[in-house]
Each structure stands twice: as structure tokens, then as C-alpha cells.
Design a protein around this ligand. Sequence first.
Ligand code: GDP
Ligand code: IMO
Ligand code: MG
Length: 431
Amino acid sequence: MTAFLDGNSCVVGLQWGDEGKGKIVDFLTEHADVVVRYCGGANAGHTVRIGQEKYATHLLPVGVFRPGVMNLIGNGVVLDPAVLFREIDEFLGRGVAISPVNLKISYKTHLVMPYHMQEDAARESSAEGGGIGTTRRGIGPTYADKMQRATALRVADLAHEEKLKNKIGQIVTERNKVLKVLYDVPPMEWKPIFEQYRDYGRRIQPFVDDVGHLLIEYGKQGKRIVFEGAHAALLDVDHGTYPYVTSSSCSALGLYTGSGAPPQLVQNFVGIMKAYSTRVGGGPFPTEQNNNIGEYIRERGNEYGTTTRRPRRCGWFDAVAVKYTVELQGITQIALTLLDVLSGLDHIQICTGYKWHGQRLDYFRADMDVLAEVEPIYETLPGWNGNISGVRKFEELPKEAQQYVKRLEQLVGAPIKIVSVGAERSATLLR
Ligand code: GDP
Ligand code: IMO
Ligand code: MG
């Protein structure tokens, strides 16, 4: 058994998402009993490669690929039932068992509605000077309604069809007026939306449960739990590079409110970081390489969005940013991913500091205006050649690759315990 899973673990991204959380959660889940999603929605795209099979999950926890593992969708998630059932049907068709035996959804989980998607897309298309670059999955408007309260719908509401009908009627009527004025979009009919969600409601009932209570009980029973963070700390609505973030508390700090787990349930905070940096959508990105280095990384790392297929922006590893997210989340171990992508470069650069208005900044400011102006200070390390995807022992990596890993760990301040050298489940080294 891996030392990682002595106790319960939260797996979180240390950059701007797509660090390989899906792969590492799947890897760790070999020794787990429960996997929990606690934030975000179908804006996430987590990839798991098992042999020749490749799966992309948006809402389902990746524990569905491990027989016997219980999968929970917590209240902090925003759930688009259309995506959920599409995903379930796709995986069932591919022989992955998914039923109320291995999947439970919190009754407190908020629902993404068609008008949320409409609003997200309309706002993105109309925003002066460009939008945030969202995934247009209705995420922001759904969380806004959650906080607004009167205009929100939760999984629990699907159980009461008469009330659901009235509520959808009221909300859609109101939303049509607002969206017409703001974006001149054509009105939606409330009745087909009601009928669609009534049908989703009938199908979802066997999966609905009290996730917070289940977690407390699993804790008492000593079950091993892995919390599957989505997005990443730099996309956290409070601690990320606001406003170019997503709308949930997607750092490790959000796991308690997003699942109902008591704080002492989690002992390990496993940060996932890729060997370089990427970001999708808008926002500051100090180490971005808008040149042949960025293209080299994008092509070798297949850096195209799992959810939207947008090309990801690519750049050097930013140790200033990652040190911040390591400290913010109390990271106890790191899994470094996509190291194989950097093979073949003569030199590799690491950003070890920022210069701002002539001064060296000693720590990361999650402030748009500062980040847009900082100048990265780089340290240069020698690169290495050859395909390292077949390597299974750290000591067998080229010595320059070992040196790179050790330097990253020094700079970000937490031990790198896992190194991933390929997308496949087994392309993983333990240190
Ligand atoms: P997530 O959102 O953090 O789960 O990451 P994504 O699945 O969106 O993106 C990570 C991509 O890198 C996926 O295509 C993975 O299959 C792939 N991947 C994960 N780890 C490695 C690795 O070590 N090497 C390579 N080459 N690909 C990897
Ligand atoms: P995973 O879990 C990368 C980004 C979007 C956009 C911003 C806001 O796969 O790592 P939203 O639709 O959430 O309102 O978009 O956040 N974003 C992600 N980028 N990986 C993700 O998830 C992301 N989830 C949201 O690209 O810039
Ligand atoms: Mg992803």
C-alpha cells in the first residue's frame, strides 16, 4: 500500500487546472474506499487512462473506475443532470458499472439549469473587452443563484414535482425578463424545462442521499476517503487570480463546506502540479511562452481542453505561484505530472521570483493588477533527451530530470512523492 493513503487525502491542483488530478486520484484510489467531488461542475474534465481505454469525467468522481469504491457528489458541486446522465450512459455502454450502489449525490447539490447556460454564454459573448473565457457550462450563474437563494434549485427540489413546476415557472418568467434586457436573448419556455427536470428527478431519486452524514459515518468506520478536487487553487473564487477564476471554493479549503466533512477527517493534502504551467481562458500568466517553447509543450502534452478542446496556454513552471498554493492549502505531499513532456529540450527554465516596478516580490500576490505587470526571474537547468514514459524507478530517470524534480521540490517547499511520466495508470513512480 502507498504511504499516501495512511489516512484520508484531499487531492488538489496547485496551478490553473488540468494538472492530472484525474490520473492521480485514480492511482491513489487503488487503496481507497470512497471518492468525493466537492466543488465545481461540468467545467471540470478529468482524464483517466487504463490500458488503451481513455475516459474523461466531468461530474462523476473517478472512483467509478475502481470496482467496490463508493463515489459521492457533494453539496459544493453544481450539477447539470443532462451531463450527469450522458456521462453515466456513456460509461455504462463501455462496461463501467454505475448504480446507486456506487454513486450517491447530495440532496443539497445545486442544479445547473438551461437559463444558466444561456446567461453564461450571453455574458461571455457580450462582455466589453472580452469575457473571462469560461467553459460556458453555466457555472457562474448557478453559484450566483445559490447565494441569491430565492432563484436557486437543488437536487432536493426534484422530489416535489408540484412545487418544482411552480418554482421553475416563476424563475423562468423572471429570468426571461432580465436576459432580454441585458442581452436581448429570446425567451425560454418554462414548461419543457419543467418536464425535462421532472424526468431527471425521477431518474436521480435512487442516487440521492445525505453525503455529509455518509462521510461522518465512513470516518467512524475507518474507511479510506479521497477527496477529488476539481480546477485548482489559482482558480479558487477567493484565493485565485480573481476575477479570472471559476466560481467555487476549489482549493483544499473548500472541501469542508463542499462536502460536509469535518476538518479532522483529512490528514493528507496531496498537491498535483505539472512540470510546466498551463492555463485555459483569460487572465494573467507570468511565465506564458507564446512561442515555439509553448507550442512544443502544447503538442507533446496534448494541451487541449478536456471539456472545451480549446488550446491551453503553455509556459514554464512558476515556483512563486506554486509555493503560494502549497502554503495556502497546507500541502503535505506533491505528485508531479507530465514530466515526460519536457524531454528533448536543451534547457528548462523555472520562475523563481518576480520583479515588479523594479523590486523583487518575495511572495505571490493573487492580484490581477500586480500579476499583469510582474516580470519573471528565471533559473535555467539543463534538459534531457529520450522517452522516459517507460521508467518506473526515480533513480532510473536521466540525472538532469532527477535534478529538475529535486529543484522544484526545494523551491515550492513540499516533498514530491509521486512522479508521473505518462497518462497511463501505471506510468507512475513513487519516491
Ligand atoms: P485534470 O483536470 O487535472 O484531471 O487533468 P486533465 O485530464 O484535464 O489533463 C491532464 C492530461 O494529461 C490528460 O490528457 C491526461 O491523460 C494527461 N496526463 C496525466 N498525467 C500525465 C503524464 O504524466 N504524462 C503525460 N504525457 N500525460 C499525462
Ligand atoms: P479541471 O478540473 C482548467 C477555467 C476556465 C475559465 C475559468 C472560468 O479539469 O482542472 P468557468 O466555466 O468555471 O466559469 O470558467 O476557469 N476553468 C478551468 N481551467 N481546468 C479546469 O478544471 C477548469 N475549470 C474552470 O477555462 O478560464
Ligand atoms: Mg481537466
